[in-house]
Design a protein around this ligand. Structure first.
Ligand code: PBG
Length: 328
């Protein structure tokens, strides 16, 4: 009688067996929680297109950060939603601006118990919603924007951020921020570069989350979804400019890029499971069309399997709670 020597199903027979042979596992330390703070909010403000996610008040943000630390998450990534905006995003440089104050508050709350990261970009702070300042013709001025990013980086480091996340996709941004940090004595502040950030329709709900003023698109600075090799160039440039970590964003439609970057980069690689990825799963689950928890776990696992060392996900705290209670 002939029989196959290899029967992969032997190793799938029981949950215990599958656990033994799992090649990828989720751990709270690999999850980073993106969090929004809204200037002047008296109560947390729900974000309609991201059920379960809010624009925090100063107090609710501190509580969320404390919980993230308690759960052993890898970090928290802060985004500010200011009440006043102008053409050059002045509030981003103000030490008392919403984001810089949030960094200070969160750092005071968690100390070294959680890595505190801040989004370094102007789109939340400009009245036109672009990630940089504009020329007279209305295009985004790369080099004029760099000067502001450099000062913004120093302001965030001064506020106590452990890691800066430049997300504006200006050429040369990592270098100018690194140089400015060195010049101001912030040698220990790290840079997580949004190195391969694609122009994506899936950012839609985020624009609600930050009350975005953008009317056009970001196609002149964010990457084109058609391109793969270009991502490797972007990552190589950011590494040369001094990035300590690099990110691919979005995650789910770009898992091939996550794999390519993981294979080529000798620094930790993150991937950002963005607002639209979150919204799609929440919406389908709310209709009863997919199993919410299983879909969340599978989606994050797939990003880790593709090669990301860490994942920014709006489910970070919930996943952390599931892991803590042993229900994963
Ligand atoms: C720009 C920024 C964006 C996101 C993070 N940083 C939006 C954009 O490029 O339009 C998107 C995050 C998400 O969709 O969850 N500061």
């Amino acid at each position: 009688m002939s029989f196959p020597l290899h029967r992969p199903r032997r190793l799938r027979r029981s949950a215990a067996m599958r656990r033994l042979v799992a090649e990828t596992r989720l751990h709270p330390a690999e999850l980073i929680l993106p969090a929004f703070i809204k200037e002047g909010a008296a109560e947390p403000v729900p974000i309609a297109s991201m059920p379960g996610v809010v624009q925090h008040t100063a107090d609710s943000l501190k509580a969320a950060a404390a919980e993230a630390a308690e759960l052993g998450l890898g970090g928290i990534m802060l985004f500010g939603v200011p009440t006043t905006r102008d053409a050059v995003g002045s509030a981003a440089l103000d030490p008392d601006g919403v984001l810089n104050r949030a960094i200070r508050d969160v750092k005071a709350e968690v100390g070294d118990g959680l890595v505190v990261m801040s989004d370094l970009c102007l789109d939340e702070f400009t009245d036109h919603g672009h990630c940089g300042v504009l020329t007279a013709e209305g295009t985004v001025d790369n080099d004029a924007t760099l000067e502001i990013y450099a000062r913004m980086g120093v302001a965030q480091a001064e506020a106590g951020a452990d890691v800066l996340g430049p997300s504006g996709m200006m050429d040369g941004q990592v270098r100018v921020i690194r140089e400015a940090l060195e010049g101001a004595g912030h040698h220990e502040t790290a840079i997580l570069a949004y190195a391969a950030k694609y122009s994506s329709a899936f950012y839609g709900p985020f624009r609600d989350a930050v009350d975005s003023q953008l009317t056009g698109d970001r196609k002149t600075y964010q990457m084109d979804a058609a391109n793969r090799s270009e991502a490797l160039l972007e990552v190589a440039l950011d590494l040369e400019e001094g990035a300590d970590m690099v990110m691919v964003k979005p995650a789910m439609s770009y898992l091939d890029i996550v794999r390519d970057v993981a294979d080529m980069a000798d620094v930790p690689v993150s991937a950002y499971q963005i607002s639209g990825e979150y919204a799609m799963i929440e919406a389908a689950a709310a209709h009863g069309w997919i199993d919410r928890k299983a879909s969340i776990v599978e989606s994050v696992l797939s990003i880790r399997r593709a090669g990301a060392d860490s994942v920014l996900t709006y489910w970070a705290a919930e996943l952390g709670r599931w892991m803590k209670e042993g229900s994963l």
